[in-house]
Write a protein that binds this ligand. Sequence first.
Ligand code: UDP
Ligand code: MG
Length: 318
Amino acid sequence: MRSPELSVVIPVYNERETLPELIERCLAACRTTGRSFELILVDDGSRDGSRELIGQAASRHNEVFGVILNRNYGQHAAVFAGLEQSKGSMVITLDADLQNPPEEIPRLVAEMAKGVDVVGTVRENRQDSFFRKSASALINHLVRKTTGVMMHDYGCMLRGYSRSVVNAMLQCRESSTFIPILANGFAASTAEIPVKHAPRETGKSKYSVFKLISLQFDLLTSMSTYPLRLLSFTGALVAASGIGFGIFLMVLRFLYGARWAAEGVFTLFAILFVFIGAQFIGLGLLGEYIGRIYNDVRGRPRYFIQDIYGKEKQGNDG
Ligand code: UDP
Ligand code: MG
């Protein structure tokens, strides 16, 4: 049975241009740690030949394994597939696009060697669009508030997890998850280190605005039912102010007579729209949770592993 000390898990979705450099730099970085390691590349249904490149790398390097998913399941599902196959006592995840420099791996390993369960990273001078950065800032703030775990940057996937946290995560059956938050729920100790961040040099971000929104929903609903509570709270607030306003209108009606009240019809419309809006937000959020419950009740697998490149190497060590 192979039992390396370190597993590096990388989700790959149409990253043909960066893959060769990524693999070289990762291997070099892992070798400098002086520990036994494995590099697990998860192909998330790429259509650009990334899969073939992974296959070549797996046959060329003893440390490289390829986990091939039959279609695109999304970044976090892909990472999960990689975690499931990983054997290392420390597991590091990073992106395939070289925005997270693989040269940071030894620093993460050094931090994990101190016995920390989860090592997060903070991107110094983050190289993303203003829109992405401000959306991230808002989400990070929300997550800190609701989970109570102080971490600065949840979006950065360059992270280290101990074997116990990985095992705990693998036991979670919910289908839409956000790995960094899930991990923090099981971590006894966490640490953060600053890392460099590079702009994406080739290819486009694999996240469209629509995919980003869906990711934020995953993030929000995966951490707690807090949004539901917030919802009833807002509902109560809106209702209370509605009643207050109703009384106010009635008083004016008695003071100024019926003619005034008729003109107030439009005000009432305005208020009505506020209510309708609040109701729709509420319904939408409820629907979001129910949809997730439906998904989890069906209990379909999060992904389907079609093939594992390098399986035959399982016997020898490393
Ligand atoms: N990714 C994936 N499946 C997807 C989308 C992305 O495996 O459906 C991978 C992608 O190959 C990359 C990582 O997830 O390794 C992050 O994607 P990207 O760089 O496009 O995200 P961004 O940096 O824009 O957040
Ligand atoms: Mg990226």
